[in-house]
Write a protein that binds this ligand. Structure first.
Ligand SMILES: C[S@@+](CC[C@H](N)C(=O)[O-])C[C@H]1O[C@@H](n2cnc3c(N)ncnc32)[C@H](O)[C@@H]1O
Length: 242
């Protein structure tokens, strides 16, 4: 079954666009800097971005010297913004689900995905296709919501409202989560950390980095509340090779 296309929901898209336009969101302050540190040299390389959204990373890959960048996304609204913002002929966008990756008849040096894998039900199949689409020596670099984030849970707070701990429920049971984020009915998939890493290993990936990034000092100056990432990280980042 194809995954939900919530980014084409009008209300969701409006709220998400507003969030991404801010310069103090989690992507800008935590996820993107941590991902950028793990990027290989892209000079003359072919890159595939799964769930490329508004194309920011695709444009960045071209600026870093990539010879060709293919960004795919299930959302027409996200891709419309990406196409409007991108003038570089080395960057191409295609509207399709990453679950249909088998339809792409090309191989890549880097397959990248930022914050989209938690929308995919069958991670094993996706990883298998990713492996088939990597050139020898190719790399997979992805981020997703941290398993502690996709699991149900809540922060404990002291009397001043400071986060002191995080209570998590049902962590070890992989499940489809239907949640509210801007709108009701947003579907995503919770998988415990062990399952994600085992899927990668069984697909034949060699893990180079498994990162649970926290806010660095400069980010904490912009948004002190991000100190709570020390208690419960929002993101999981994996860099793996074949
Ligand atoms: C949180 S956004 C991240 C966008 C972009 N990667 C970035 O970092 O700015 C998640 C993106 O994944 C896309 N997405 C979700 N499920 C998908 C699927 N099955 N195939 C392709 N894209 C998908 C959404 O449409 C959305 O653009």
């Amino acid at each position: 079954m194809e995954s939900q296309n919530i980014y084409d929901n009008e209300a969701f898209f409006r709220e998400y666009s507003n969030l991404r336009a801010r310069d103090d969101n989690h992507n800008v302050l935590i996820e993107q800097p941590a991902m950028a540190k793990l990027l290989p040299s892209l000079d003359g390389k072919k890159v595939l971005d799964l769930g490329c959204g508004m194309g920011e990373n695709c444009m960045d890959f071209a600026r870093r010297g990539a010879e060709r960048v293919l960004g795919i996304d299930i959302s027409k609204r996200m891709l419309a913004v990406a196409r409007e913002r991108t003038a570089d002929p080395r960057v191409e966008y295609r509207c399709m689900s990453m679950e249909d990756l088998a339809e792409i008849d090309e191989s890549f040096d880097l397959i990248y995905s930022s914050l989209a894998f938690h929308y995919i039900e069958d991670l094993d199949s996706l990883l298998g296709e990713i492996r088939r689409h990597l050139r020898p020596g190719g790399m997979l670099l992805f981020s997703q919501e941290h398993p502690l984030n996709t699991a149900q849970g809540h922060f404990e707070r002291d009397e001043q409202g400071n986060c002191t701990a995080y209570t998590v429920y049902d962590y070890n049971r992989a499940s489809k989560i239907v949640t509210t984020w801007f709108v009701d009915g947003v579907e995503k998939y919770h998988r415990p950390m062990g399952q994600i890493l085992t899927s990668l290993a069984h697909t034949g990936f060699i893990m180079e980095d498994v990162i649970e990034p926290v806010a660095e000092d400069w980010a904490l100056v912009k948004r002190p509340a991000l100190i709570k990432e020390q208690i419960k990280p929002c993101f999981l980042i994996v860099r793996a090779k074949i």
